[in-house]
Design a protein around this ligand. Structure first.
Ligand code: SAT
Ligand code: MN
Length: 597
């Protein structure tokens, strides 16, 4: 087939890939409806996809992946830099030479008898000064159709690229799906990603974690911007003014729910609204006004299905009602629809589970959907999508919010004293595993900026880059930490969460506008209890005060754990963060001694 571009850099690279993988056919993806419809038909004819009930789910399809290929695989994910130190102590590393050699052995003839699809795509609105172009070469129609939802694809991207050599070279092959030969190699020094022997999610949708986080974070380090694992949302007040925040959370902390939050009724009546700009990734740049501006580089949501329902996330549910691909959920044979755990209280009786086995949701002890089953839904379907979500200029960020799941340590919300202190707060971000069933206290996992599996370079350098960004921006966002998961001694949550989290966002925005005071505490600024609005909320003043207290003992334990983590980072850990750790240590020790005396 004729190529869609005359860009010699692209054509040379495609030639190399074709002669290595030897596909039977090569198809350039132009992004037209016609071509995409043909691909959907073909995928349905081979069983790769199944069309759902087109009356209830127009444009929606169902897919199942191999049993051992259902999630990102961190132990198979490598950062391949010439100097091992550039990957740093938190990434798996191979030398580019070794990884390319291993990759070549696997990719040699790997597309024999298959069709190779070449997908040109843009991360970010096509032509925006924030945006970056990539190609994904793949032998999977599932990947083409998912990339069409998650990114902007096709001819229009090539028009913007012109003759430029500035694009990410992504190669994906299903190969034999052999888990022992599964690798996701990143070569940040030459803008290249190779992924083999997987056909699922973050391993193969190379625009997402591979490019938009790992490669992009490396590019941002070299070029002076940030690629972050953050949602972006806008908060509109009754005067119609919108302030934007970006927020990072480790997994299982309700990030997608926060991105699409519906404010409590008393706020909605007054005219407050929340608008979603993005649910997973933010690219941030400093502009002339000294502020950080952000775009969502993606065009869709790759969301976890189980637990999503009309109550927990109405907006996400609505986003999946058309033009969506469902992967590894349960399939209702009676009406060709989908189901997953907590979808509703009426599981289908005549269904197939995520492995294709016959499944009765009313009687079976097994789960119908895999816990990491997903929907791939166009962002434009979301009822609360922001009018600015595709703005080529991005949106100005007033606050950065870090959050984790902490039973005792972190208060409901606190504000850092400075940018440097805020970077410390992000660098020491942690979440507790939910081991509640066994009655154990959760295990603390440090997940700096929620980027542990996604930072494409040395973590210490990354912290240094964050510190520099604050110095360069004259007017950087204020940095906050939230914790929706504080519990009492019985292990019950003290804060209702979900939509009520809007009350905390309100305090954060007021702080950004100097519209409310705060108490200076050992760890930063905390709200005065009376400044969190509890109107029509079933949280007593006592409970609220409890949510805002600092448990010195658990903080001292946390200091040890941060110290251990920092030791692991080693030489590249910036002085500024050591300084913040010792200030915190001093504050807590003084408080301890004060209380003993
Ligand atoms: O599978 S993805 O990496 O795209 C999503 C996730 O694991 O967070
Ligand atoms: Mn994510």
């Amino acid at each position: 087939m004729q190529s869609l571009t005359s860009n010699s850099n692209v054509l040379k690279w495609i030639d190399e890939v074709v002669s290595m993988t030897k596909p039977a056919n090569v198809v350039w993806i132009d992004g037209s409806d016609e071509q995409l419809s043909m691909l959907r038909e073909e995928a349905c004819s081979t069983g790769e996809l199944k069309a759902l009930n087109q009356e209830k789910y127009p444009g929606c399809y169902y897919h199942r992946s191999q049993k051992d290929d259902v999630a990102r695989m961190e132990d198979k994910t490598y950062i391949c830099t010439t100097d091992r130190n550039d990957a740093g102590p938190t990434n798996n590393w191979k030398s580019p030479k070794e990884a390319y050699e291993l990759g070549r052995q696997i990719f040699e003839n790997a597309m024999w008898g298959r069709t190779m699809y070449i997908i040109p795509y843009s991360m970010g609105p096509v032509g925006s000064p924030f945006s970056k172009i990539g190609f994904e070469v793949t032998d999977s129609i599932y990947v083409v159709l998912n990339m069409n939802i998650m990114t902007r694809i096709g001819k229009k991207v090539l028009d913007v690229l012109g003759d430029s050599n500035d694009f990410v070279r992504g190669l994906h092959g299903k190969c034999t799906l052999d888990i022992d030969k599964r690798f996701i190699f990143h070569f940040p020094e030459d803008n290249t990603i190779w992924s083999c022997n997987s056909a699922y999610g973050g391993n193969v949708l190379l625009g997402k974690k591979c490019f938009a986080l790992r490669i992009a974070s490396y590019q941002g380090w070299k070029q002076g911007w940030l690629a972050e694992h953050m949602l972006i949302l806008g908060i509109e007040n009754p005067q119609g003014e919108v302030k934007y925040v970006a927020a990072a959370f480790p997994s299982a902390c309700g990030k997608t729910n926060l991105a699409m939050l519906i404010p409590p009724e008393i706020y909605r009546k007054k005219g407050y609204r929340v608008w979603t700009v993005g649910d997973d990734i933010a690219w941030l740049k400093i502009k002339e006004d000294g502020r950080l501006w952000a775009i969502n580089p993606e065009a869709g949501f790759f969301g976890v299905a189980p637990g999503t329902n009309d109550k927990s996330n109405y907006n996400a549910m609505m986003s999946t009602k058309k033009d969506t691909i469902f992967t590894n959920v349960a399939y209702n044979l009676d009406d060709d629809t989908v189901w997953w755990e907590k979808f509703d209280s009426n599981p289908p009786e005549n269904a197939l589970d995520w492995q294709g086995n016959s499944w009765n949701g009313k009687t079976s002890a097994e789960k119908g959907a895999h816990p990491n089953s997903r929907f791939t839904a166009p962002a434009k379907n979301c009822p609360c999508i922001s009018g600015e979500w595709e703005s080529p200029e991005g949106v100005p960020i007033s606050a950065i919010i870090f959050g984790g799941r902490r039973a005792k340590t972190a208060p409901l919300v606190y504000q850092s004293r400075s940018w440097q202190h805020g970077v410390f707060v992000g660098s020491s971000l942690a979440s507790e595993t939910t081991a509640a069933a066994a009655g154990k206290v959760g295990v603390v996992r440090r997940d700096p900026m929620a980027m542990l599996p996604f930072c494409g370079y040395n973590m210490g350098e990354y912290f240094g880059h964050w510190l520099n960004m604050g110095k360069k921006a004259g007017n950087p966002p204020k940095i906050f930490h939230v914790n929706w998961f504080r519990t009492n001694d019985k292990g019950d949550f003290l804060w209702p969460g979900y939509g009520e989290n809007f009350r905390v966002l309100e305090w954060i925005i007021k702080r950004c506008e100097n519209g409310v005071g705060a108490e200076e505490s050992l760890i930063g600024f905390i709200p005065k209890a009376e400044d969190i609005n509890t109107e029509e909320l079933d949280v007593s003043e006592d409970v609220l005060r409890g949510l805002l207290t600092i448990d010195v003992e658990s903080w001292l334990e946390d200091i040890d754990s941060i110290g251990e983590f920092y030791n692991k980072i080693g030489d590249t850990l910036p002085e500024g963060l050591k300084e913040e750790l010792s200030i915190l240590n001093q504050n807590l020790t003084d408080a301890c001694e004060g209380s003993i005396a």
